[in-house]
Design a protein around this ligand. Structure first.
Ligand SMILES: [Zn+2]
Length: 885
């Protein structure tokens, strides 16, 4: 099987949507499973739309058709055609049953879409991945999300080779067959789209837990993994139980089958997949233990387990009408997952993490050649739209609406949405309509956010009138043009705000238009829904310090003429941890401007001084302090440049940290580090995690001004580390500092974790963080390591992804050799796995804003990919957009 197609592929357009002419009420599938060949027999119970007069056309890619019959009669060759991935059958009628038998070749499937083999052929297992359009690689079907059917699936296989047989739905019998073979059947009573189909077969072990839903339904929770990994599944099981309870308490949503299976695989294109009753996870997001997982990875496991579980309602029970509505399930489910993580951990830290991700991953996407609306108007390859825009910006849009309705109003709206659309394939209009109707509010103006690409710029100007004691705030918005969308309209932008006095206290707000009961609160939301609007606050006794866009109330870039002293005041006094961090980020960006422009040190001084005070404040939350001490990343800072020189951005950011470290002082950093080391533990509670986080940050700052001491300490920390968090932090400091001790530590790590794929991924990725010019030789050397393979997506990401995305200085070499290397690997990777190649190619995003000489070299490299004969539709769409977007 492969994913090739000619590059003249047609675009799919939202405005050309038509309801399916043929539906399927019931699917009966029988799999005769084998590693090299698998036979699939399918019986489809067809329903015809009487209003449409179209022949029966089914999707099918790379299928070897063995037999075909209609209503029990073998079909003559003239009665069907299989051309260009479509099977057309004559004479089908409403109520017909179409039976096809096809042959698949799982072991030869390197694209990891459809049915494939995970692991080596002697002991690996078979599994499927069908979202978005993988089911057509398994059998003929109207492979679109608005065709919902019930599934009866029978798996037959050799008992020794495939002792465990799993499919979605409830178990419905199993037994023995001749010749050492056995069978198992599963029935899913809930109609579902084909992208939620899944099966797993192989030698797997399990852990189990009994769960009872709040209405008393008994559910068996089972997590499956290969024998060497089953001991690392306990944390995911706990996270699953927490997720189920949370969705019952928060949204009143219960699980609806008798059994919930989760399976871990090391070979997976995505993070995880919410197949009904049979979730399949990239092992990276399921396995966890202190010896091989960091604190960040524990939190990611909890979040992804929750995300996939929450899809059972937001995605599975209510699914998407078409793939343009992808954010209906993804944006909504990311939002639910973020709420859950905030409730389980710290809401301020969670918001910081989410906003930092949005700025690092989504803002650059929205500003570059791949910019697209949360609901795209057209696509060539849907797999290219599993993007930060659809997921993370999509979540921000749900958050804006939820903020508008309040917690109770949002719950009321969600109840209405689920009740109205249960068992249906819905649209974003259905979503906003249900939420609005339940609250008597018209939310349709928010649809414009889904249709318009680009990050809006929000400008704010304040004016204080001492004579009238008024503060006038003028807000205006502007969205720069994006590819294929030059004209932009104003959007509804909720701006949560507060006003501070000069002592850092929050002032009561009296807006001219206020009624008596809304007047006097210290924080409120105003909505800017025109190009420009003026808001006048009364009874303001002194020139206030505004705090705007609190909680990041809209996904915009705020342009505000804050004075550095104002930001420093917010950084020190704002009672909300997120807003405090936000003020610090803005101040750090100004400090960066100081260094770049050489135009004074006002912001730099204010930033360093405020952070020094917080560093020495014993009441400070340690995790928040670690985040406050971290300036915006290089990708974000590069957005401030007209022409980007990544080496220069890197050098300035290093200087920024050096200035901060000098201000806090070597001795103070040293004392703090030693105090934190004395509390070392492997516990996962918030306090212990916070200490590890701060310890890492302090060590990094120390390395900026006293590398000799810091490297000695990092070596000790590496040797004595009780957990991966501490060990990897130490290793990272040694590698980034190009310390002489790094070599021995890396060799030790390599040997100790040789049999642990997830730890080995970290061994690869930490080395891609070598400074600047040194890294490309290392990347070449690592490619030659016996543990490297282009066939495993996690391994590819841990080397090429980590290098090209997280080390801009090391990727954007002035001689263009970084671009060349990536371009060569992209075409090799594309021949194996088009989805991963296309995703990797987005590392070139932003190339048009590079300084002229790098820009020319990057263009040449991207053109060399585009010129390659036989590119997949996936990679072709990305490089064409890069060049012509
Ligand atoms: Zn999802």
């Amino acid at each position: 099987m492969n994913n090739r197609s000619d590059t003249s592929s047609t675009l799919v357009r939202l405005d050309e949507y038509r309801a399916p002419a043929w539906r399927v009420s019931q699917v009966e599938l029988t799999f005769d499973l084998g590693i090299d060949t698998t036979e699939v027999t399918s019986r489809l119970h067809l329903q015809r739309d009487p209003a449409q007069d179209a022949p029966l056309r089914l999707d099918g890619e790379g299928l070897e058709l063995l037999s075909i019959s209609l209503d029990g009669q073998a079909l003559d060759e003239r009665a069907w055609r299989y051309v260009d991935n479509v099977l057309e059958v004559d004479d089908a009628r409403d109520g017909s049953v179409l039976e096809t038998r096809v042959c698949l070749r799982p072991a030869a499937n390197t694209a990891l879409e459809g049915l494939y083999l995970s692991g080596p052929r002697e002991r690996g297992f078979l599994l499927t991945q069908c979202e978005a359009e993988g089911f057509r690689h398994i059998t003929f079907f109207p492979d679109r999300p608005d065709v919902l059917a019930s599934y009866k699936v029978t798996l037959c296989a050799d008992r020794d080779r495939f002792p465990v047989l799993l499919a979605g739905g409830n178990p419905d019998g199993h037994g023995e067959l001749e010749g050492g073979r056995h069978w198992a059947r599963f029935v899913d009573p809930h109609p579902k789209p084909s992208y939620l189909f899944a099966l797993v077969a192989g030698r797997l072990q399990k852990i189990e837990r009994d769960y009872v839903t709040s209405s008393g339904r008994a559910v068996k929770l089972v997590i499956w993994a290969e024998p060497d990994a089953i001991g690392q599944c306990g944390y995911a099981m706990d996270a699953l139980e927490r997720s189920m309870r949370w969705d019952e308490d928060t949204y009143g949503r219960e699980y609806d089958l008798d059994v919930f299976h989760v399976v871990a695989t090391h070979d997976f294109n995505m993070g995880a997949m919410e197949n009904k009753g049979l979730n399949i996870f990239n092992a990276k997001y399921l396995l966890a233990d202190p010896d091989s997982s960091t604190d960040d990875e524990y939190r990611a496991v909890e979040a992804v387990v929750a995300h996939e579980y929450f899809h059972n309602w937001s995605g599975n029970r209510v699914t998407c009408r078409d793939w343009f509505q992808l954010s209906l399930k993804e944006g909504l489910t990311v939002f639910r997952e973020q709420q859950f993580s905030a409730d389980m951990n710290s809401s301020a830290l969670k918001r910081i993490e989410d906003v930092a991700l949005l700025r690092r991953a989504q803002f650059p996407e929205d500003a570059g050649p791949l910019a697209h609306p949360v609901r795209p108007a057209q696509y060539s390859e849907i797999n290219n739209f599993y993007t930060a825009t659809v997921y993370e910006k999509g979540s921000e849009l749900v958050r804006m609406v939820a903020g508008r309705l309040g917690r109770e109003g949002f719950r009321r709206g969600m109840d209405r949405y689920f009740a109205r659309n249960d068992g249906r394939a819905a649209t974003l209009e259905d979503f906003l309509g249900a939420l609005g109707d339940a609250n008597g509010i018209d939310l349709m103006p928010y649809l414009a956010w889904y249709a318009q690409a680009g990050t809006p710029r929000l400008s704010a100007r304040g004016h204080y009138d001492a004579a009238h004691r008024t503060y006038t705030l003028t807000l205006s918005q502007h969205t720069p043009p994006t590819p294929h969308q030059s004209h932009k309209q104003p959007l509804p932008i909720p701006v949560k705000l507060g006003l501070f006095d000069r002592a850092g206290g929050m002032l009561p707000l009296h807006l001219t238009a206020d009624s008596a009961e809304t007047s006097g609160a210290t924080e409120r939301v105003v909505v800017l829904d025109r190009a420009e609007q003026v808001f006048v606050f009364q009874q303001v006794n002194d020139a206030p310090v505004p705090s705007l866009l609190r909680g990041f109330s809209a996904p915009v870039i705020l342009e505000c003429t804050y004075e550095p002293a104002d930001l420093a005041l917010l950084l020190r006094h704002d009672p909300d941890g997120f807003n405090r961090w936000e003020a610090g980020q803005q101040l750090a960006a100004r400090a960066y401007d100081n260094l770049r422009e050489g135009d004074g040190t006002g912001a730099l001084d204010a930033w360093c001084e405020a952070l020094e005070a917080l560093f020495n404040d014993s009441a400070m939350d340690e995790a928040l302090l670690a985040d406050l001490l971290t300036p915006p990343g290089e990708i974000e800072l590069a957005e401030r440049e007209r022409q980007v020189d990544p080496s220069h951005v890197h050098a300035l950011r290093q200087q920024l940290q050096e200035q901060l470290a000098l201000r806090i002082g070597q001795q103070a950093l040293q004392r703090r580090y030693e105090a934190l080391v004395s509390h070392t533990s492997v516990q996962l509670d918030a306090r212990s995690q916070a200490r590890r986080r701060l310890k890492r940050r302090v060590l990094e700052l120390l390395a900026r001004i006293d590398p000799w001491t810091a490297h000695a300490q990092a070596t000790l920390q590496y040797d004595n580390a009780p957990s991966m968090t501490d060990r990897l932090a130490a290793l990272s400091v040694l590698v980034r500092g190009n310390a002489s001790q790094a070599h021995a530590a890396l060799a030790h790590f390599r040997e100790r974790y040789a049999d642990n794929p997830l730890a080995m991924d970290k061994w690869f990725s930490v080395q891609t963080q070598l400074p600047g010019e040194l890294v490309i030789e290392r990347v070449h050397a690592l490619e030659g390591d016996a543990a490297f393979t282009l066939k495993n997506p996690n391994r590819v990401n841990s080397l090429f992804g980590a290098w090209a995305r997280n080390n801009p200085d090391g990727f954007h070499r002035t001689d263009g050799s970084g671009y060349q290397l990536l371009a060569e690997r992209l075409t090799q990777l594309d021949a194996l796995n088009p989805q991963i190649a296309a995703r990797m190619a987005t590392a070139f995003n932003g190339w048009q804003r590079l300084e002229p000489s790098r820009r020319a070299l990057a263009r040449t490299a991207i053109e060399s990919v585009a010129a390659h004969v036989g590119l997949s539709r996936n990679l072709n769409e990305i490089v064409q957009s890069m060049l012509h977007g």
